[in-house]
Design a protein around this ligand. Sequence first.
Ligand code: MEV
Length: 430
Amino acid sequence: MSSNRSSRLPGFFNLPLEQRLAKVVEVGDLNLEAQAALHGESGLTLEQADHMIENAIGLFSLPLGVAVNFIVNQREVLVPMVIEEPSVVAGASHMAKLARAGGGFTARTTEPEMIAQIQILDVPDLEAASQQLLRHKQELLAKADLVDQAINRLGGGARDLEIRPLHDTPVGPMLVVHLIYDTRDAMGANVVNSVAESLAPTIESLTGGRVHLRILSNLADRRLAHASCRIPAKELAFGQFSGDQVRDGIIEAWAFAVADPYRAATHNKGIMNGVDAVLIATGNDWRAVEAGAHAYAARDGSYTSLSRWWVTKQGALEGTLEMPLAVGTVGGATRVHPAAKACLRLMGVSSARELAEIVVSVGLAQNLAALRALATEGIQRGHMELHARQVAIAAGAHGALIERVARQLIAEGVMILERAQEMVRRWNEE
Ligand code: MEV
């Protein structure tokens, strides 16, 4: 996105789809190729799909939306989101608008360090083996650095080695080596797994044990992303709810998630609605991020909220989200899928860290959208309109009939397919 453009696009929601795309292309300064990719005309080809996975038989589409109003680290950004669930894109956009009053989102990330795990079994003496590995740490790091010269040239590579004895497992004691590796702009699964495999023979000879698993950890707790935002209470007011009421209701809702894993799972799912949608749009491995997020949410022994919300001295609502975010802007689908390339271009990100900073901000916005709705009118009202349209389409409505059927379903307060089919039949005959 060009630097002097704003992501604040009033009325964007009400434009027809083609005009929305045209606006995004204009604001995002996208070329024709990117435009065609976003429109779905030149998305992934069957040939590309065939090279991506085994037994490919075709393609599967999902809606691509754009969240507006985002400012992340003082930069205006249009955020592409791929998701089938209604209300997610609207929720993120709306909260990003409220956050603008406090300057938008401030986000930061740690170095992109991943963990390669090497499991060693049948170790004669855990303590002696640990000492031996630590004595040869530099040699092991140097060996790890031979695996990917390109990452080394870009400033990444092996950073550290940690030893973790596990004394009590179902198969007895074992030693685990963590090789810390900076993957720069790659998500890094391939290189990290290769590093783990390359070190196995040396580790066996140093420890006298038997190396078993050699694989990255998705609990990427050295690759964290952190976002915060502050919203003046008056911005939160709507309908019959005062700003203070909404703010306090959000904090009460958050407290529920802090204390109760049953609620925390749903609370964090709401965060991942936003996170995953951007990850899918950019061709990233959202399962890896999901696994890391939930493991991180349980890091202190009980599963809890990934976000925090509180009231500032001035009475504003302030919130933060911190989670592992192993994402890449090079390698994998990010560079193969034409729409993923166009989405990266739209955000104008130049590094994986910058992408993670946007993603974590969207996660925080999404959490706020859910809490605000739940703490006030409930989420069903917001869902209704889009849900009604989906029921109308499922009932066979086309063109203007979709809106007509949807409006009638809302008016009647029923979301029943058979009722929508009746309307379609009747109005088609008019
Ligand atoms: C629905 O996809 C997400 C929510 O359930 C999240 C939440 O409850 O916080 C609305």
